[in-house]
Design a protein around this ligand. Structure first.
Ligand code: NDP
Length: 332
């Protein structure tokens, strides 16, 4: 049992965090947000989860990103966050912007997955209980469900907002042509999509000229998940695969990914980052944030140290043209 006597840093909004408007909405999000996909589950150290959440808020990270099935086990990251809410963050609820999602495998049977009204509504009710919240700030459809009529999924999102269980809605990983229809449906029903979430980093460039531009055109914010390619774009794997790392665990980041070619790219990127006086992680985040259409990058971390390192990305945001060309050359 954690006894938290947390009192946030009174200078938390003067520690260098900047905030960007999310699309054409009234909401500002921190340039760096914290995701709870890994390292906040029931199998992880609760005291480390508390320490990372405290460190984040102390540095102006107001946005925490969750999903129903983050853990393991499923639901446990929301339970951990619920515990943090109760013991530390409760007085600061109005300073926090909390998201959750439904759409991936969550509970057995035909209603614990995908995008039906039944599934989304039930899942959000569960999430609110686990997180000790009356409402979330954003509720996402976690992925497009090709078997459910898009109108059903979108209307469920609209109704969730009408019920007061979410203030805004978002889409994650929707194919571009479906996102187009979804943005239109939501706008026509007076619940404009707040934010689109996709994997975007130096190694995953697809969104660059597709979904980022599309979101901007629709006045929708864009947040990049796995901005460090799950740790590849850091110094984590420069000298082998450390025990306890995500790749050593091998569930979501497989060792096969770390080919000689990839390792070579990481080394060159690392050299360039060092020449800029940065860590590779900081350069990778700054590279994403150079585009004003990217509202926020949602990082993961397994320690307070990693989190603190990554926050330094905010100190050196600009790139010379030659540096950008060199990055493209290395990554291609
Ligand atoms: P990142 O790409 O930021 O990877 C985080 C991992 O990188 C950490 O757990 C750590 O790995 C390593 N790392 C981070 N900083 C450092 C550092 N300074 N030095 C060395 N290693 C470092 O993000 P995630 O893949 O964790 O995703 C972030 C969030 O995005 C998720 O928590 C979730 O909220 C969201 N997301 C959304 C998805 C969606 O479908 N919508 C899908 C995936 C993520 P290690 O554990 O080895 O220390």
């Amino acid at each position: 049992m954690i006894e938290s006597l947390y009192s946030p840093d009174i200078r938390r909004y003067e520690n260098g965090m900047r905030y960007r408007r999310c699309g054409k909405s009234g909401v500002m999000l921190p340039e760096i947000s914290l995701g709870l996909w890994h390292n906040f589950g029931g199998v992880d150290s609760l005291s480390n989860s508390f320490a990372m959440a405290h460190c984040a808020f102390d540095h102006g990270i107001t946005h925490f990103d969750l999903a129903n099935n983050y853990g393991p086990p499923y639901g446990s990251a929301e339970e951990t966050f619920g515990c943090i809410m109760q013991k530390s963050f409760k007085p600061y609820r109005d300073e926090l912007f909390i998201s959750t999602k439904a759409g991936h495998d969550m509970w057995p049977g035909p209603y614990g997955n995908w995008g039906s009204r039944k599934s989304l509504m039930a899942s959000l009710n569960q999430s609110l209980k686990r997180m000790n919240l009356d409402y979330v700030d954003v509720f996402y459809s976690h992925r497009y469900d090709p078997e459910t009529p898009l109108e059903e999924t979108m209307q469920a999102l609209v109704d969730i907002v009408r019920q007061g269980k979410a203030l805004y809605v978002g889409l994650s990983k929707y194919p571009m042509e479906v996102a187009e229809q979804a943005y239109r449906y939501l706008a026509e029903h007076d619940v404009p999509c707040l934010v689109y979430q996709a994997r975007y980093n130096l190694f995953e460039r697809q969104p660059e000229k597709t979904t980022v531009t599309q979101a901007k055109q629709h006045g929708v914010g864009f947040v990049a998940f796995s901005p460090l390619a799950q740790g590849l774009l850091t110094n984590r794997y420069l000298n082998g695969i450390p025990n306890g790392s995500r790749m050593a665990q091998g569930r979501f980041l497989k060792q096969e990914v770390l080919t000689d070619v990839v390792l070579n790219k990481i080394k060159h990127l690392n050299d360039l980052a060092n020449q800029r006086g940065q860590t590779l992680a900081d350069m990778a985040l700054a590279w994403l944030l150079k585009d004003e259409a990217v509202t926020s990058v949602i990082i993961g971390a397994s320690s307070v140290n990693q989190l603190k390192t990554n926050l330094k990305a905010l100190r050196q945001p600009c790139f010379a043209d030659e540096e950008l060309l060199r990055i493209d050359e290395i990554c291609k």
